[in-house]
Design a protein. Structure first.
Lengths: 146, 247
């Protein structure tokens, strides 16, 4: 592998190699260091929804998949400068046995997740929309001079 | 490397059948669609894929263990169904074996149902399905059936390899790819691909239950989608958004 890398002349290639190594290392460390818990919590009757955070030139866009949700119950709140909490209530309670799981007890009625906001944003200008069960939150980025 | 994967046949597998592939990919479109087809046609498990490259997982159904990558069949159709994300290192040998096995079974056409990651998918009211094929004559078949051809761009992942290996071996294959979410389960896109599958094969599959039960499927598929997304990211699936150099 070292020979292969030496044959590459470009600085960009070397940077790419280093980034690939870093990516693999951080994945391995991440996998080894943290216990990955379930995506649900029976005490709070909460399920963690699937979420995506993306950053564009002007804004941070956070989406969440919230099936079975009554749109009027969706709550979006910032927690400090770099975290955003999403909460929503399902139209009905869902039990484990509805998923074919009979060895666990419990039911769920809420979605809840906290997402990290990766760059500074103007949270006061936050906008939300809800379509096809997908919540979209748009947060304008703070410009350097702000 | 192909020897590291074996296909264990439990029952007689039909020859000269259509071969459908439903593997975990963007929006779990293929998995949801194929699972629905298997249920609607009441297909039986006829074989499974065994490999040391797969994680040590069994899927319990009614208390009994099943392999995460199984093959179902009836007289005219064979369907592969992957219930767990394929690790990136296992994708090539497994797909190579599946194509080789399908060719030995004289599959008359391999059909991959999948998703085409589309930004702002939630704004799309009527999902479009695009087609790609392993040989020119099949592109004409797709066009004759009113399926729009995916003329350029990248395919990444299991379905990309099915197309490539089928083209290499001169096996007839098509991919039906619906506009879909990248990392959210998308039953609506699955229903759209099934409609095109029905047009192409003449096998009529009712998708009303899939559409009515869409929200429940999204909830149930959440954890599988999460694991699949992790593998898709490892195989650089987002390259499908890239503009190709040569057009």
């Amino acid at each position: 592998m070292y020979e292969t890398r030496r044959q590459r002349r470009s600085t960009f290639d070397m940077i790419r190699d280093l980034m690939e190594d870093f990516e693999i290392l951080s994945e391995e460390l991440g996998e080894a260091a943290f216990f990955e818990g379930p995506s649900w919590d029976t005490k709070s009757c909460c399920i963690e929804p699937l979420c995506t955070v993306s950053v564009t030139e002007d804004e941070v866009v956070i989406t969440a998949d919230l099936p079975y949700t009554d749109p009027d119950t969706v709550k979006v709140e910032t927690m400090g400068p770099n975290r955003l909490e999403i909460k929503a209530e399902m139209k009905r309670r869902i039990r484990f046995d509805e998923f074919g799981i009979t060895h666990r007890q419990g039911e769920f009625q809420f979605f809840r997740c906290i997402n990290r906001i990766p760059v500074p944003v103007d949270a006061k200008r936050l906008k939300t929309s809800f379509k096809k069960g997908i919540l979209e939150v748009r947060l304008p980025r703070k410009k350097a001079r702000q | 490397m192909s020897e590291s994967v074996r296909i264990v046949e439990k029952k007689s597998v039909p020859s000269n059948a259509l071969m459908l592939h439903g593997l975990p990919d963007v929006g779990l479109v293929g998995l949801i669609a194929t699972s629905h087809v298997i249920g609607q046609l009441k297909m039986d498990e006829v074989a499974y894929v065994d490999s040391d490259l797969l994680p040590p997982i069994v899927v319990l159904h009614e208390g009994l263990p099943h392999a995460p990558l199984r093959i179902f069949g009836n007289g005219e159709l064979i369907a592969t169904l992957g219930e767990s994300a394929l690790p990136v290192k296992a994708v090539q040998p497994i797909i190579r074996k599946l194509v080789e096995w399908g060719q030995n079974k004289k599959a008359k056409l391999m059909i991959s149902m999948g998703g085409l990651p589309t930004p702002d998918r939630q704004d799309i009211e009527s999902v479009k399905v695009y087609g790609a094929a392993s040989m020119p004559s099949l592109l004409k078949t797709l066009t004759d059936k009113g399926i729009q051809i995916l003329h350029g761009g990248f395919m990444v992942g299991p379905y990309a390899l099915i197309m490539r290996y089928c083209a290499e071996r001169n096996v007839p294959a098509v991919a039906l790819l619906a506009q879909s979410f990248y990392n959210y389960p998308d039953p609506e896109a699955a229903a759209a691909t099934i409609k095109e599958f029905s047009k192409l094969t003449g096998l009529n599959i009712d998708v009303s239950k899939l559409i009515e039960g869409g929200e429940e499927i999204r909830l149930r598929a959440r954890d599988t989608m999460k694991r699949t997304t992790e593998e898709l990211n490892r195989m650089k699936k987002t390259q499908e958004y890239d503009l190709p150099l040569y057009v």
